[in-house]
Write a protein that binds this ligand. Structure first.
Ligand SMILES: [Zn+2]
Ligand SMILES: [Zn+2]
Length: 686
């Protein structure tokens, strides 16, 4: 043996080990059950914990009730749950029997086939939940009665599954035409969500004496395998339905011990890794742009990751997955509230608390502990120890969320924290609004400039108001809404004492260019909006602020009654008054005794200012709106928002150069000159 042979053999050995390790990372390990709902090691640890007795007793109480009054799956498939409603007034029905259903509002009795089918969906859901409840009671106590009850439910499904429709959707289409359809339910989505508790119930009880081998085979082949076939029938690609299919399929692969199926769920188009790559951006935000969808997809992703981890696959180590967990903290206001951009509902990071706790337990990353504990110091101490100091929960840095197309400027601290978000990015598909270069603003502990979100899809205002440009804090041309388009960020600057950005859009209106410049500093927001159109047209600039009233500051005669417009959302702008003003003016949105948002409006051109009332987060919420209107080919709107509690920070605002986006602002603490010039902003303070 030569002197170099030993190192060479070592080297080969190391390479072989590395390769085997890499391959092993993708190979699932099917440990002795339970390995889906929980692992044996996790269960052992749970039983040793001091909270176990309480957990067990709660589970036993719920399961005992299910032994007293056993839940049996219904005979036949379940139709779309929203069909279980009164045809006259839409109220959810109440069951008088399996075949008779009463409207609690008008007392109408429904006994038609579709209603009965829809009711069965509720019964299937009940059976799913009951099985899991019983499964946990068995895992905690080893009492065979609970395992027998699980077996009874699962055997009924194994007996019945072949008798369900081959594949049918809620419109009655069958087979290949029913792409979203299913067999136990009218949607494969429901089948995917519904198989999770049943697969876990099996996982928790399958080694109990209650189960014999033929029963296990029957359930695995005739129910679990058949359900997997249903979920593999029509791949939904990046859609969030597919995320749930993936969760259901991985749970089934786990209980079936099916390594090729595990691999398929992780690697196929629309599978776990592909969805992370294509359905989320680098910031981890779900592509549909609304946090409700993000939340929905994330719940399924956590199911996938947990199932995978218990098969020895470290799926949580995907950076995009962790980014998904953290993403809500990056697009929230300082108080944790989310702006309702596109088809969103008002919401807050609170809805993500269970995922934050999951993140803390999985990664031990302090950000999750802080997000979970919120402003509760005891909770924080319980997670991070007695010395933990409360700190900000939400991201405090300004940042450009490039994939979401959202520039987030943040400033101030504590009660003075302010945040403005500029929406310049992709339209957002079917859930998008015509809102390019719109902004939302949070200051003084509350949201001021608002996007109404989606209201609900069932309100007529969903079509007549919320999607329109006039419902947003941006500009319209010719009194019409913008086109669906993607704008672009020109630059972004986060510096000591301020942050700033600029974005433009040339696709919102044919032949027109819109450019918006923003600078957020402590106590003020500087906003310059440039419009260049092909020919002279009506240009309207909007500010909708959550408040009680909107009033002119200083001596102004009362405005004349006016109608700002009728088309594209304008008819919801009611009670308007108008002023013709030659130059600079000031306006206050007043929300309470010490809550006032003052706008300093300037610009070289004369304008008409309207005050009116639009719609907020509900059709009953009246939101004051200010409109600046000019007839021009080219114009520049300058606005400075005083964010101080007494509206006394800004003393004077003037354009600094008629040809350039430069503004002089006199403030309580000095004179600012802000020059929004490409490629960047220049600020001088005297
Ligand atoms: Zn009714
Ligand atoms: Zn909107």
């Amino acid at each position: 043996m030569s002197s170099t042979a030993v190192p060479r053999i070592l080297c080969v050995l190391i390479l072989w080990t590395v390769a085997a390790g890499a391959r092993g990372a993708e190979q699932p390990t099917f440990a002795v059950p339970p390995r889906l709902a929980i692992s044996s090691a996790e269960l052992k640890k749970l039983k040793e914990g001091k909270e176990f007795a309480a957990l067990r007793d709660t589970a036993v109480r719920a399961a005992d009730a299910l032994l007293q009054e056993p839940v049996t799956p219904p005979d036949g498939w379940g139709n779309w749950v929203f069909y279980y409603a009164c045809p006259d007034d839409g109220s959810p029905l109440q069951a008088r029997s399996a075949t008779e259903h009463v409207c609690p509002r008008c007392q109408k009795v429904c006994a038609d086939e579709r209603t009965v089918q829809a009711y069965r969906t509720l019964l299937h859901d009940r059976a799913n939940a009951a099985a899991l409840q019983l499964g946990w009671a068995y895992a905690y106590t080893g009492d065979e009665r609970y395992a027998r009850a699980v077996r009874r439910i699962l055997l009924k499904y194994a007996d019945d599954y072949a008798s369900y429709p081959k594949r049918r959707d809620r419109w009655g289409r069958e087979g290949w035409l029913a792409r979203l359809g299913g067999r136990r339910y009218s949607q494969s989505l429901d089948e995917a969500v519904g198989i999770l508790p049943l697969a876990k119930a099996y996982d928790l009880t399958r080694l109990a004496a209650a189960w014999d081998e033929p029963s296990r085979q029957h359930v695995e082949t005739d129910f679990f395998r058949a359900t997997a076939d249903t979920l593999l029938y029509a791949n939904q690609d990046v859609n969030n339905h597919q995320t749930w299919y993936n969760a259901g399929l991985l749970a089934l692969a786990s209980v079936l011990g099916d390594a090729p199926l595990v691999d398929r769920v992780l690697t196929m188009r629309g599978g776990y890794r592909d969805q992370l790559q294509r359905a989320t951006g680098g910031e981890g935000l779900w592509y549909e742009g609304a946090l409700a969808y993000h939340h929905y997809a994330l719940q399924a992703m956590i199911e996938i990751v947990d199932a995978g981890r218990r098969l020895g696959l470290p799926l949580h180590e995907e950076p995009r997955f962790k980014a998904m967990l953290l993403a809500p903290l990056r697009c929230a206001y300082p108080n944790g509230q989310f702006p309702a951009i596109n088809d969103s509902d008002p919401g807050s990071i609170d809805s993500f608390r269970p995922s934050f706790l999951w993140g803390w337990r999985t990664y031990g990353d302090e950000r999750f502990a802080r997000a979970y504990a919120g402003r509760d110091p005891q909770q924080l101490a319980a997670l991070l120890g007695p010395d933990a100091r409360p700190g900000p929960v939400v991201e405090t840095k300004s940042e450009n969320l490039a994939d979401a197309g959202l520039a987030v400027l943040r400033g101030g601290q504590g009660a003075d924290a302010a945040c403005v978000m500029l929406d310049y990015g992709p339209h957002g598909g079917g859930h998008g609004h015509y809102d390019k270069l719109s902004i939302v603003l949070f200051a003084g502990g509350r949201e001021w400039l608002v996007d109404p979100g989606r209201l609900t899809y069932s309100h007529k205002e969903y079509q007549t108001w919320v999607k329109h440009t006039a419902a947003h804090n941006t500009v319209t041309l010719g009194g019409r809404s913008q086109s669906a388009t993607t704008g672009k960020l020109l630059w972004f600057a986060a510096r000591n004492g301020y942050s700033a950005c600029a974005a433009e859009s040339d696709g919102a209106y044919a032949g027109a260019k819109l450019t918006r410049y923003l600078l957020l500093a402590d106590s003020m927001l500087v906003d310059v909006f440039d419009v260049e159109a092909e020919q002279a047209t009506q240009i309207d600039w909007f500010a909708h602020a959550v408040s009680q009233t909107l009033e002119p500051v200083g001596a102004q005669r009362p405005g004349a009654p006016a109608v700002p417009g009728v088309e594209d959302g304008y008819r919801h702008l009611t009670g308007a008054r108008a002023w013709d003003v030659p130059g600079a003016t000031r306006w206050d949105f007043v929300a309470g005794p010490k809550q006032r948002l003052r706008l300093w409006l300037a610009g070289a051109d004369p304008e008409k200012v309207f005050t009116c009332t639009g719609i907020g987060y509900s059709t009953a919420a009246k939101v004051p709106c200010l409109i600046r209107r000019r007839e021009a080919k080219q114009t520049r709107f300058i606005a400075v928002y005083d964010l101080s509690a007494d509206a006394g920070f800004v003393k004077q605002v003037k354009p600094a150069d008629p040809a350039k986006p430069h503004v002089n602002i006199e403030t309580r603490t000095g004179r600012w000159r802000v020059e929004f010039d490409r490629p960047e902003v220049r600020v001088t303070i005297e």
